[in-house]
Design a protein around this ligand. Sequence first.
Ligand code: IPD
Length: 254
Amino acid sequence: MTLREKAELAERAARASGAMLEKHDPFKVKRKSENDFVTEMDFKSEALIREMLLTACPEDAFFGEETGGEMSAEGRWVVDPIDGTSNFMRGHRLYTISIAYQFKGELAVGCVYCPGTDELFLAVKGEGATLNGRPIRVSGTSNPRDALVHLGFGHRIPVNRERTLRVFPTLLKAVSDVRRSGTAAYDLCCVADGRSDGYVELGLNLYDYAAGCVILTEAGGTVSGWEDGEDGLATGNVIATNGILHEAIRRALI
Ligand code: IPD
């Protein structure tokens, strides 16, 4: 199967999961740890996506937020069945299904679907990124004072929450305004299609950012870690921007 075919499969799985999530019955919620929740629907979404992906590609490995998985095969799906569980369980419309495909360790396909807005972001490495089939591109904003920047609060891990609170005043003064969507995958897609100029968060997990990062970089954006030379894709401390504003936003976080 080509990477394009994998992307089309990811789109079908994300849309099927979205349709199921949008017409859910009442569901149970469990606290995983402080400020971290999981619902019955996260498990149902992950099971449906896993079944669709592995039926079509039995040779691939699967790694999901709720059930984990292996690294074994050359190709691996990385899935967040509901990114923005807190939004979903309280009825907020911004939550996403995030599906990435890694080949030999490299992120090669990204699919992020937001059922509440019916926006489907898709990218294949080297082939660009689209929103509902139309090509997208990062913004051309060059003055930090005009920048709209999404900020994730690193709310689950106390040390990240404290660091985020420390840098918040400097960031807010450096840019035009700050947003908090509640889904990292959607934040990355907002930068990818130019409606926002940057997104920063500490302590993300691979399944939160894998698909969104393929979409962002294919739309011309830049991803790094918070420290000089830090690989954000390895540490989960992510700065994602339109590229032009990357250093200005990174410096505002020191
Ligand atoms: C969370 C969301 C949220 C981010 C958290 C993530 P989940 O993912 O992406 O925006 O701030 O760090 O854990 O737990 O809802 O899949």
